[in-house]
Design a binder for this molecule. Structure first.
Ligand code: FAD
Ligand code: NAI
Length: 471
């Protein structure tokens, strides 16, 4: 490292940190990104690239094709009997992840970002002490420090993750074999995505969920539809149930489950147990006290427009409040750095989409019907099923629907909820529409290509004014 004085030092190299570093480089700021790596590795990209979004999507894609080949190809006139090669499936995942992390490394070079490998600790105003793997410490000076240290899996009392039989999401991305049986604690996004991967590859998957519904936060009608579909695929749900303890042996796990409302406890057995009951902000050893920052009760660093309570210290991504999503971290990264550089940073927190990459996929942006009702806001809804969409029909993939919610008086789009194949790729259209504060009629009167699933977006928007034409 030639120099240790910077305009900005970013702690953390995940989607928050690396995007902040790139944007700072683009704006001509002298920038360093300190990262200690994830899961024992040294690669950039944080949770998302190394043990999150990307490896999970690699396995979701491969397992989806495996199941399709086994169950759907024959109906299309293609006779095959697929054979699983789990080692190769894991290998292609690892290769893609490496290519992506190297991509970030390339972008750092391109934008003159210094990548400082090691654990960063704030050591008073404008100082970050970095301890490398060799134990050597260096002190960096910075006009601005950006905390982007992300999150880690939340722990469940009585359930000790050993990454052998009792795993968290990181362990579940690299199981050495297909379990005969897998119990998942938590019917949230990780549980349903990774549960789907292993079910498709042959595991009997049971999901134990504390609440009386799956995917809290998603539109209730969408959640019910997804649960019905996953049940049909063979996933078993035990709602309103809590795991009170789990014991691992060499060959499996035994766990006790109780009804939340009270009642007799039950003992369940499985080959593996995946605990995924949420994630918590990660600030261990960060030296927050040296600048007087006290995280909130749940460990989050509170911010006002990405500024913490300490002068010159900023925070973005999973370590701050809001949805724990890579694109939320990226959005905050851009806004935070632009503000530091003297520009006007902005994040539209109401237009951050969510996606669940199951089959069918779930995607939404904006308010749910439940939220609008709770706010007492008058709204109109338009809904269109994929069974009436020609492309979905012709592909024999007609599950799900699109639902558009618009203000009853102004027709402004307030929320869109979709379930169906490829909806992850379609929700962006409504993000753009909502950024422009479009009315549902704007979408209803926009020409969409035929035959595509995107026509369902338009038909649902037509439904808001009651003139859906194709259903
Ligand atoms: P992180 O990605 O967690 O990065 C933080 C980095 O900081 C890490 O590299 C860490 O080692 C480093 N660090 C921490 N402390 C220090 C320190 N003191 N010094 C130096 N370095 C430090 N989100 C989506 O939007 N879409 C998805 O499909 C998706 N899938 C996911 C699947 C799984 C299995 C998981 C676990 C998460 C998924 N997420 C997904 C969530 C997403 O990964 C996070 O929201 C995102 O990574 C947050 O980015 P971040 O930069 O805030 O933190
Ligand atoms: P989550 O918050 O999505 O779901 C956790 C689930 O566990 C909830 O349904 C909750 O009610 C349940 N739960 C909590 N305590 C429980 C208990 N004691 N017993 C049984 N159930 C219990 O958290 P998850 O799935 O761990 O994911 C963490 C975060 O990672 C997500 O919220 C999301 O922000 C991010 N992520 C995003 C993805 C995407 O965008 N596609 C994919 C995977 C993760």
């Amino acid at each position: 490292m030639a120099e240790t004085t910077y305009d900005v030092v970013i702690i953390g190299g995940g989607p928050g940190g690396y995007n902040a570093a790139i944007r700072a480089g683009q704006l001509g700021l002298k920038v360093a990104c300190v990262d200690k790596g994830v899961n024992g590795g040294q690669a950039l990209g944080g949770t998302c690239l190394n043990v999150g979004c990307m490896p999970s999507k690699a396995l979701l894609h491969a397992s989806e094709l495996f199941e399709m080949a086994a169950k759907d190809f024959a109906g299309l006139g293609i006779q095959v009997t697929p054979k699983l090669d789990l080692v190769q499936m894991m290998q292609q995942k690892a290769e893609s992840v490496t290519a992506l992390t190297k991509g970030v490394e390339f972008l750092f070079k391109k934008n003159k970002v210094d990548w400082v490998k090691g654990a960063g600790k704030i050591a008073g105003t404008g100082k970050v002490e970095v301890t490398g793997a060799d134990g050597q410490a260096t002190t960096l000076s910075a006009k601005a420090i950006v905390i982007a240290t992300g999150s880690e899996p939340s722990m469940l009392p009585g359930v000790t993750v050993d990454q052998k039989r009792i795993v968290d999401s990181t362990g579940a991305l690299s199981l050495p074999e297909v379990p005969k049986s897998l119990i998942v604690i938590g019917a949230g996004i990780i549980g349903l995505e990774l549960g789907s991967v292993w079910r498709r590859l042959g595991a009997k998957v049971t999901v134990v969920e504390f609440l009386d519904r799956i995917i809290p936060g998603a539109d209730a009608e969408v959640a019910k539809t997804l649960q019905r579909s996953l049940t049909k695929q063979g996933m078993e749900f035990r709602l309103s149930s809590k795991v009170t303890g789990a014991k691992a042996s060499k060959t499996g796990v035994s766990l006790t489950v109780e009804p939340v409302a009270g009642g007799a406890a039950e003992t369940l057995q499985a080959d593996y147990l995946l605990a995924c009951v949420g994630r918590r902000p990660y600030t261990e050893g960060l030296g927050l006290e040296s600048v007087g920052i006290a995280p909130d009760k749940r460990g989050f660093i509170e911010t006002d427009h990405w500024r913490t309570s300490a002068e010159g210290v900023w925070a973005i991504g999973d370590v701050t409040l809001g949805p724990m999503l890579a694109h939320k971290a990226e959005e905050e990264a851009i806004a935070c750095i632009e503000t530091i550089a003297g520009h006007a940073g902005h994040v539209s927190y109401g237009v951050i989409p969510s996606v669940i990459y199951t089959w069918p996929e779930v995607a939404w942006v904006g308010k749910t019907e439940e939220e609008l009702k709770a706010e007492g806001r008058a709204y109109k809804a338009g809904k269109f099923p994929f069974t009436a969409n020609s492309r979905a029909k012709i592909n024999h993939e007609a599950e799900g629907f699109v639902k558009v919610l618009a203000d009853a008086a102004t027709d402004e789009v307030l929320g869109v909820h979709m379930i169906g194949p490829s909806v992850s790729e379609m929700v962006g259209e409504y993000c753009v529409a909502m950024e422009f504060r479009a009315a549902s009629e704007d979408v209803a009167r926009t020409c969409h290509p035929h035959p595509t699933r995107s026509e369902a977006l338009r038909q649902a928007a037509m439904g808001v004014e009651g003139w859906t034409m194709q259903a």
